[in-house]
Design a protein. Structure first.
Length: 374
């Protein structure tokens, strides 16, 4: 009875602790898997953002067809959302974005109207990126390095690409304003504030990107993050600076300068290349950190199973030993009782009660036999 009570007192608290540890581990594993899916989703969105920027510039310059890069990016992103959209709750946003992209070639009219249509599409794409980061819990990751890396990828980097492209196209629109002085003034009153806002946003995004990447490097367990970012970040920033110079913001803001389309085209090509490299580094580093976390959780899970199994075996061993000891004591007690129930063994040195005492006369029959012998 005492053994059973002790077993219960050991197993019940240990079982409750095991369940809590196991449940926490499973929750962490689920969160990690969800974040891995979020990284995969953002990896597909990065080339789509770049393709949307390219399509916007092509449309402003008079191209009626969407570039091949946009078609390929939409197809690839559709396949990703087909697998992950329900889990990340992005299906509705992606469907809206895909349909809006599909209607872009049908947008006709003034260049400003075409530009605004692309602005709406890029806004939907950026909102989708933020939703993927939020719904996958990447934006709430407890590790500092991962939190800053996802901010750099899902917000700063993608927004920089969109705003740089928007700034360049606005500079071309401002430079292309025609008509009477009144019409030019009216157009400039609409476009110049947008251009100035885009320039300011580019500077803010690049600063935010730099700060987040530096914060991630300062507090990371990755041994490759710092080295991987140095060249890619520098190349990206040089591309942004070249594009800004090509747009000539100092003169375009006054309406008197002319942008440099050739310089912007070169800078945009460089920017897209560096964007692919930088986003690839961020995706790879985030994936590596999440894989390492998943491995740690798997190890912790195995350790919990081993400890629980060892505890159960220990309790079973104690119960078994107690049972064997109890049975052995019961057997010994039964043997003692059996022995005590047996009659006492005769004393071989004790005189029989039928034998006459020494020196007593024998009976008549004895005498007769003795005489017969004689």
């Amino acid at each position: 009875m005492l053994t059973a009570v002790l077993a219960v007192l050991i197993l019940v608290p240990a079982g409750i602790l095991f369940i809590r540890v196991w449940q926490q581990n499973e929750d962490d594993r689920s969160d990690t898997k969800l974040e891995q899916q979020g990284v995969e989703y953002l990896a597909g969105l990065s080339p789509l953002i770049s393709a949307l920027a390219e399509a916007q510039s092509a449309a402003i310059q008079g191209s009626a067809e969407a570039p091949a890069s946009l078609t390929a990016a939409v197809t690839r992103m559709g396949a990703i959302d087909q697998r992950l959209g329900d889990t990340l709750s992005t299906r509705e946003r992606w469907t809206s974005l895909r349909d809006t992209i599909g209607r872009l070639p049908a947008v006709k009219g003034e260049k400003t109207q075409i530009f605004q249509a692309h602005v709406e599409v890029s806004a939907l794409a950026l909102a989708l990126a933020r939703a993927a980061a939020e719904n996958s819990t990447l934006s709430r990751d407890p590790d500092t390095d991962l939190a800053h890396l996802q901010q750099a990828l899902a917000v700063d980097l993608m927004d920089t690409v969109i705003q740089v492209s928007r700034m360049g196209d606005l500079s071309l629109l401002v430079a292309g304003i025609s008509g009477s002085a009144t019409e030019k003034a009216q157009a400039q009153a609409v476009l110049l504030p947008q251009f100035g806002a885009a320039v300011n946003q580019v500077n803010a995004d690049v600063a935010g990107l730099t700060d987040n990447l530096q914060a991630a490097v300062d507090d990371t367990t990755s041994v490759t993050l710092s080295g991987s970012l140095v060249s890619t970040v520098d190349a990206f920033r040089r591309g942004v600076e070249s594009f800004v110079r090509g747009a000539s913001p100092a003169t375009t803001l006054t309406g008197s300068g002319q942008p440099q389309p050739a310089a912007m085209a070169t800078a945009q090509s460089q920017l897209q290349t560096s964007l692919a490299s930088l986003s690839g580094v961020l995706v790879r580093e985030m994936g590596g950190l999440l894989d390492a976390r998943s491995d740690r959780l798997d190890t912790r899970r195995l350790e919990a199973i081993v400890v629980a199994a060892a505890l159960v075996l220990l309790v079973l061993a104690v119960i078994l030993l107690a049972t064997v000891g109890r049975r052995r004591r019961a057997a010994d007690s039964a043997d003692d009782e059996a022995l005590s129930a047996l009659p006492d063994a005769p004393d071989p040195f004790a005189r029989s009660s039928l034998e006459p005492p020494y020196g007593a006369e024998v009976g008549s029959n004895r005498r007769e036999r003795s005489g017969a012998v004689r």
